[in-house]
Ligand binder design. Structure first.
Ligand SMILES: [Zn+2]
Length: 214
């Protein structure tokens, strides 16, 4: 059997399993979604958001891209963020990177990747800013993983710098922002940073929300 046929067959078996446990599972699921979390993760096939966090359909609103970047010029991630925060009203936004990330390795190299050069550029900037601490590690793998961590923290700060997060913090005291990193080698998630809605915002990036024009 070819591999896509296998997937469709597995889908039917999954539907039967779900229905046998709860006959109205799909009727209920189809009504609406009220996820508590926005998950921003890497596209890497080895980091399945729901499976590694024990969450079920309906619990995570998910955005994945190469190296889990939050770029202000990316309409895709910004639209997902706005919808999750302003319409779904998620309570937590989680940026989850992973050690040994191919995107981070590519950014650390001097190879040209065509369009991907543009996408990976911010990781190079993060490396530039954290060069001393990253280069202090002895092995290549350690340096990659140090940059993985630095980049996750950078993405969480990118979230804070959006008017979307700042407005929600100002008006509704949510969401809490989290930076996590997943280890492919043992399956464990390590929390790196958590920013609550009362976190002080760097003045250079702070927007005003008290004026009438908003
Ligand atoms: Zn990755």
């Amino acid at each position: 059997m070819d591999s896509t046929k296998r997937m469709l067959q597995a889908n039917r078996a999954w539907v039967e399993r779900k229905l046998s446990l709860q006959p109205d599972y799909f009727t209920e699921m189809a009504k609406e979604q009220k996820p508590e979390f926005l998950w921003i993760g890497c596209s890497d096939s080895r980091v399945p958001a729901e499976e590694i966090t024990g969450t079920s359909p309906g619990e995570l609103f998910v955005h994945r891209n190469v190296a889990n970047l939050v770029l202000h010029t990316d309409l895709n991630v910004m639209s997902v963020l706005q919808f999750a925060v302003e319409t779904l009203k998620v309570k937590h936004v989680i940026v989850c990177g992973h050690y040994n990330c191919g995107g981070v390795k590519a950014a650390l190299s001097h190879k040209r990747y065509g369009l991907m050069n543009k996408w990976l550029r911010q990781i190079k900037d993060t490396y530039h800013h954290h060069r001393a601490e990253v280069d202090a590690f002895e092995t290549y793998d350690q340096r990659v993983n140090a940059l993985v961590e630095a980049s996750v923290v950078e993405q969480v700060h990118n979230l804070v710098q959006t008017s979307i997060i700042q407005r929600a913090w100002h008006e509704e005291q949510r969401p809490t922002l989290h930076g996590w990193v997943y280890a492919l080698s043992d399956g464990l998630i390590k929390p790196l940073v958590q920013l609550d809605p009362d976190t002080r915002i760097d003045d250079a990036y702070r927007f005003d929300f008290d004026d009438v024009t908003g």
